[in-house]
Design a protein around this ligand. Structure first.
Ligand code: AMP
Length: 426
């Protein structure tokens, strides 16, 4: 008899790895609690119509990735029903919000979940058919302030805090606004018109999307299509005044709170229900599947599945990817030093020794390069022995602001000397 194995795209999690999963979940619960979120647990399968209406018929998830079956009737009085293993949890949470009339409390509902999701995707590193998401939603009637840009900013600030507490350094927050549903509809038409001429030169997926859901063309990763996509009209050009003001208020709150972000005009996200703010956190250490988490605002979702007006914002983090990222960080920490100091030119050697001395006296593991090395050679040498390279040239010495590159994530930042020890010890 052939031996039976776990189904393709599914995995067993064994100790000691399960300890890391537990630590991630405990940290998430602790942080969510501090922000006054409560846990919700919804069923693992739902009526197929929930996802068709809530996520969108034209999305990849609904059109080709769902595990759907006709549930047999057990008695003559029962009807067969189309059921689906949940591919994501936001639709289920909003269904529960409607079913239990949570909006009638008049309060903002702040709910988080942790659990398995199912999508029939092509398995690869960081992409599985059963995977776990940690997510949260802030939803409620407009009178409870659910539309306020402060809610968007607070969720993003919470995510930055959670990633920091998990010990995930070097993430990037990509932020965009896809506008109201009217703005989106207008943008879809602008794109449809712009794509009419160029779509035949694009990949098969784009040709199909150019007709069914032009916005999704912006998600295409095929290299040959990129110049065409870059030349398409940008979403900014169609955003209404309300959407612009909302987004500006989100950015202003993030700036004041000190949460760094990058504007990404192409970030439209795969699910149809998003409106206004959309975001993604990525990490360079993950390879091709580099999204740690994604989310956004979904002001019309409740109505789309038959509920009252209940604007909301939420996100889902891929727990499998958090684990992969933390494993890569821990591995690098175990074998590599904290920093490699690269003096730019031999005249910088004495200052580099001084900096190395100061950092080592703070307990950091530091390797010292040599000013006679070309920068490329320094980078190669540094990547072998340290997690980060610190570049020390005339400018850095004069300004006291150093250039630090983290190899795992590929991010390069300017760090004031006073903050260097903190940054390098992470
Ligand atoms: P989405 O629900 O598509 O917005 O995905 C949110 C997050 O879930 C992504 O950023 C990933 O981290 C994670 N994720 C989505 N699909 C998968 C998958 N097939 N395997 C592992 N993680 C996934």
């Amino acid at each position: 008899m052939s031996t039976l194995k776990a189904v393709r795209g599914t995995r067993d999690l064994l100790p000691p790895e399960t300890a890391l999963w537990n630590r991630i979940e405990a940290t998430a619960r602790r942080v969510f609690e501090r922000y006054n979120f409560g846990e919700i647990r919804t069923p693992v399968f739902e009526d197929t119509a929930l996802f068709a209406r809530g996520v969108g018929e034209e999305t990849d998830i609904v059109s080709k990735e769902m595990y759907t079956w006709e549930d047999r009737a057990r008695a003559a009085s029962e009807k067969t029903q189309s059921l689906t293993l949940r591919p994501e949890n936001t639709a289920g949470v909003v269904r529960a919000y409607i079913e239990h009339k949570l909006g009638e409390t008049g309060q903002l509902q702040k709910l988080y979940y942790i659990g398995p999701q199912f999508r029939r995707e092509r398995p690869q590193k960081g992409r599985y058919r059963q995977f776990s998401q940690i997510g949260a939603e802030v939803i409620g009637p407009p009178s409870a302030g659910s539309e306020s840009p402060l809610r968007d900013a607070e969720v993003l600030e919470m995510l930055a805090t959670l990633l920091d507490e998990l010990g995930i350094t070097g993430w990037t927050l990509h932020l965009n606004s896809v506008g109201s549903s009217a703005d989106r509809a207008r943008y879809n038409e602008v794109l449809r018109a712009a794509l009419a001429d160029v779509a035949p030169k694009m990949c098969g997926d784009c040709q199909r999307r150019a007709v069914t859901n032009p916005l999704r063309v912006l998600d295409c990763k095929v290299p040959e299509d990129q110049p065409i996509i870059e030349a398409l009209p940008k979403i900014d050009s169609v955003l209404g005044e309300d959407s612009k003001a909302h987004f500006a208020a989100v950015l202003a709150a993030l700036d004041t709170a000190g949460v760094p972000y990058e504007r990404n005009l192409r970030l439209v996200r795969g699910l149809d229900y998003y409106t206004r703010t959309t975001f993604e956190f990525t990490h360079g250490g993950l390879g091709a599947q580099n999204a740690l988490l994604g989310g956004g605002r979904y002001d019309g979702l409740s109505e789309a599945i038959g509920g009252p007006k209940a604007p909301g914002i939420g996100f889902a983090m891929g727990e499998d990817r958090l684990v992969l990222t933390l494993q890569a960080i821990e591995e690098a920490k175990a074998v590599k030093g904290d920093a490699y100091i690269a003096p730019l030119g031999e005249s910088m050697n004495p200052a580099a020794l001084k900096l190395a001395r100061e950092l080592r006296r703070e307990g950091l593991k530091v390797e010292l390069g040599d000013g006679s090395f070309r920068l490329k050679k320094s980078f190669e040498a540094a990547d072998k022995v340290a997690r980060r390279i610190v570049i020390l040239g005339e400018d850095e010495l004069a300004s006291g602001i150093l250039t630090v590159k983290e190899f795992a994530s590929g991010t390069q930042t300017k760090v004031p000397r006073a903050e260097l020890v903190d940054v390098l010890s992470k």
